[in-house]
Design a protein. Structure first.
Length: 358
C-alpha cells in the first residue's frame, strides 16, 4: 500500500469548543448494505443524497495543501473534522472517490506535528488542545486502516501528550499543560485516547478511568434533585450539548449501563427535533452530533435506548436535509465545521467508524 504520508496519493481514490469525533473501520462493503443488516433505522435516500452533495462540496473547496479557505479552515482541528466526514462515508487515503482529499488532510496534520507531540499549526486561532484532540482522532483512524509507520509514530506522541497533560481531577484544559479543565475539552481528549487505544497505541487505563470520573462529576443527577443533564464543570448548569458529550463519552469508555447515561438520554429527549426545548444556537452541530452518537450507542442498553434512537435519528435527518444549502454545505461556522459535522450525523448508520459499533 502506498503511504499517504510519503508520496503523492493516487488520484483514483478521497474559540473551537464545538467540534468532535473517532477511529476508522477496515470495511470495504457498500455503506447501505453495511447499515441495513445491523440497524432498524437506516439512512434514507434523501440523507444519502444530502451526504453526497456535502462531500462533493468539501472536495471541491479543499485546497491543494489539504486545508480549506474559510474561517478556521487552515487549522488542524477543522482539517481533521473534514477528513472524518470523508472517512465516515467510507473514503480512505488509498481508496474511494475522495481518497485524495483524505490523504491531503492527513499530510497537513502530520506536517504540523510539533516536537512535543502537539498536533497544532503554530500561530493559528483557537485553543491548541481542541485542535490536538480532533487531529489525534483523525490520525488514529487512518493508522488503524493503513498501518503507516509514519502515522503511528505521530499518533503515539500525540497520545503521550494527552496523558501527560491530564490534571489531578482527571480533566484537561485548553493548553498543552496541566491546568484547570472542563467537560468539553475533557470529552475530546477521552475520545482521542479511545481512538488511539483502538488503533493499538498504548494508553494507560488510569488515564481513561480518571477522565470518566471527571465526566461523572459533571453530571447533575436526578437522585440529587437535579435535571439529569451534564454541566461544563462539577456543580454547573446542564445543557443539551454538554449532555450529549457526557453521555457519549461514558459509553465510549465502556460505561453503557451507567445511571448517568439513562438520565442524560432522558434530558436530551426534551430538546428539538423531538422535544420542545431549543438547542443552544452556538453549539447546534456539536450538540446534535454528540446527541445522535450517544443515542445510537444507547440502543444496546435497553428498549428505552432503542426508542430514543428511532425517534431522534429520522427527526434530525429531516432537519438537516431541509437546511442543506444548494451548494451542498450547511450554514457555516468555523469554516467548514458545520458541513463536516452535519455529514457525520447523517452517516452514523453507515458504521464505518469503529466508534459507531456498539
Amino acid at each position: 500500500m502506498t503511504s499517504p504520508m510519503m508520496s503523492t496519493p493516487r488520484p483514483s481514490v478521497s474559540r473551537l469548543a464545538w467540534i468532535t469525533v473517532a477511529v476508522l473501520c477496515l470495511c470495504w462493503c457498500s455503506p447501505l448494505a453495511h447499515a441495513t443488516d445491523i440497524d432498524d433505522v437506516e439512512i434514507s435516500p434523501s440523507a444519502q443524497a444530502a451526504s453526497k452533495r456535502g462531500l462533493a462540496f468539501l472536495a471541491k473547496t479543499q485546497r491543494q495543501d489539504g486545508t480549506w479557505p474559510t474561517g478556521y479552515g487552515a487549522t488542524t482541528g477543522i482539517v481533521a473534522t473534514c477528513s472524518l466526514a470523508f472517512m465516515g462515508a467510507g473514503h480512505t487515503p488509498d481508496n474511494g472517490e475522495y481518497g485524495i482529499n483524505v490523504a491531503r488532510s492527513l499530510q497537513f496534520i502530520v506536517h504540523n506535528a510539533q516536537p512535543n507531540g502537539l498536533l497544532y499549526k503554530v500561530g493559528m486561532e483557537g485553543e491548541p488542545m481542541y485542535h490536538h484532540g480532533l487531529a489525534t482522532l483523525a490520525l488514529a483512524e487512518a493508522w488503524g486502516m493503513s498501518q503507516d509507520k509514519v502515522l503511528r509514530d505521530v499518533v503515539k506522541r500525540a497520545a503521550d501528550l494527552i496523558v501527560s497533560t491530564q490534571n489531578g481531577e482527571g480533566a484537561w484544559g485548553y493548553k498543552p499543560m496541566v491546568m484547570g479543565g472542563d467537560l468539553s475539552i475533557t470529552v475530546m481528549q477521552l475520545m482521542a485516547l479511545r481512538a488511539c487505544k483502538d488503533a493499538g497505541v498504548y494508553v494507560p487505563k488510569e488515564s481513561i478511568d480518571a477522565g470518566i470520573q471527571y465526566v461523572k462529576h459533571c453530571h447533575n443527577s436526578v437522585d440529587r434533585g437535579k435535571d439529569g443533564g451534564f454541566a461544563y464543570s462539577p456543580g454547573g448548569e446542564s445543557g443539551m450539548a454538554r449532555t450529549g458529550a457526557g453521555v457519549l463519552s461514558l459509553q465510549v469508555a465502556g460505561n453503557y449501563r451507567a445511571g448517568e447515561v439513562k438520565q442524560g438520554v432522558a434530558y436530551i429527549m426534551q430538546f428539538k427535533p423531538v422535544g420542545t426545548r431549543e438547542v443552544e444556537a452556538n453549539f447546534y452541530y456539536y450538540a446534535h452530533y454528540y446527541a445522535a452518537m450517544g443515542l445510537y450507542q444507547a440502543q444496546s442498553v435497553g428498549e428505552w435506548g432503542k426508542k430514543a434512537w428511532k425517534a431522534w435519528y429520522p427527526a434530525i435527518t429531516k432537519s438537516l436535509t431541509e437546511t442543506e444549502e444548494p451548494a451542498g454545505s450547511w450554514p457555516q461556522s468555523f469554516g467548514n465545521y458545520s458541513t463536516a459535522m452535519a455529514l457525520m450525523i447523517l452517516q452514523i448508520p453507515y458504521r464505518y467508524l469503529p466508534i459507531y459499533q456498539r
